[in-house]
Design a binder for this molecule. Structure first.
Ligand SMILES: Cc1cc2nc3c(=O)[nH]c(=O)nc-3n(C[C@H](O)[C@H](O)[C@H](O)COP(=O)(O)OP(=O)(O)OC[C@H]3O[C@@H](n4cnc5c(N)ncnc54)[C@H](O)[C@@H]3O)c2cc1C
Ligand code: FES
Length: 287
């Protein structure tokens, strides 16, 4: 029988899904004025395997627990990387954490992005704002297995140049000949020389084979709605569009109903959904 440590290494300790595992903050990086990334590790180095698109429930003692996607490289299961925008009680407290502080981690949970199904296909990734964080593990995976995929395109939109996440990495990716990276901002400030306008404006200019393309989309709900419309205009099928949904969560394991999205639970049935399975729900506001 697998020991608890082995189960944690496998990344899914389903026997004790309510029990947080303790991780230590090893590194903290400021990404923007309101967003930071921290690397979490266990004291024994066991870490936690995960698939691109999965999330953890992160707990700060005495404050609360929130779902946060994993933004690191799936090849590195020793370190859990999370990129967090400080918006409210728990995430603002997380921003105060220092190296060596402990965080409770339950997970990883949820259905991943379809990196296996995308093999042999072109892939277009469309990210808005913090939505680039849950998609970064996909990018690491696709680039690590570059020969298994056709064209790879990233369209990333941020509100202003100051809101752009992972700037250095974006520049490195953009310098590659086998990765088409386009970044745009809603509002230009400072010395920005790049694209201006919402991210959906980039889609009509992209070159890909619509019948062979898988789209992965994550961002604010309104951005995802318009992105889907543009992708459908480019003749992508509803079956080949995948979106990541966000809802308030408590348990993360399909028990409490907090994350209900129509007849689905975002924690168990998502967070990554095939658009054709959820089109009716995505078309309605505030479900
Ligand atoms: C599957 C999943 C993955 C997620 N991954 C990430 C991630 O990788 N990084 C990340 O930063 N967040 C992520 N989130 C969102 C994150 O869980 C929330 O931002 C967090 O729960 C807010 O908790 P809080 O206590 O800090 O804020 P609260 O005190 O609960 O909220 C404070 C205020 O912020 C607003 N607010 C809450 N959530 C958001 C939001 N997402 N965007 C804008 N305003 C918000 C509330 O409406 C409220 O007005 C994810 C959510 C889900 C469901
Ligand atoms: S968070 Fe409890 S059912 Fe999804």
């Amino acid at each position: 029988m697998a020991t608890t440590l082995e189960k944690i290494k496998e990344g899914l300790d389903r026997s004790q899904p309510w029990m947080p595992n303790l991780f230590r903050v090893e590194r903290i990086r400021k990404e923007t004025y309101d967003t930071f990334t921290f690397d979490l590790e266990t004291s024994d180095g066991a870490g936690c395997a995960f698939q691109p698109g999965q999330f953890n429930m992160l707990y700060i003692y005495g404050v609360g627990e929130v779902p946060i996607s994993i933004s690191g490289d799936p090849k590195n299961s020793r370190t859990l990387v999370h990129t967090i925008r400080a918006v409210g009680t728990v995430t603002k407290n997380m921003r105060q954490l220092k190296r060596g502080d402990l965080v409770g981690v339950r997970g990883p949970f949820g259905r991943p992005w379809p990196v296996e199904d995308a093999k042999g296909h072109d892939v277009i990734i469309v990210a808005g704002g913090i939505g680039l964080a849950p998609l970064r593990p996909v990018i690491y995976h696709l680039l690590a297995h570059r020969e298994q995929y056709g064209k790879i395109i990233l369209h990333y939109g941020a509100r202003t140049p100051d809101d752009i996440l992972f700037r250095q990495e974006l520049e490195t990716w953009r310098a590659r000949f086998d990765f088409d990276v386009q970044v745009t901002v809603d509002r230009s400030t400072g010395s920005w020389q790049g694209n201006v306008g919402v991210v959906t404006l980039l889609i009509p200019k992209a070159t890909f084979d619509p019948l062979q393309t898988i789209a992965m989309v994550c961002g604010p709900e309104i951005m995802m709605r318009f992105t889907v419309l543009e992708l459908l205009k480019r003749d992508l099928t509803e079956e080949n569009i995948f979106l990541s949904g966000e809802r308030n969560m408590k348990c993360g394991i399909g028990h409490c109903g907090h994350c209900q999205f129509g007849h689905l639970f975002v924690c168990n049935d998502g967070p990554v959904f095939r658009y054709s399975d959820t089109a009716d729900l995505f078309k309605k506001r505030e479900i």
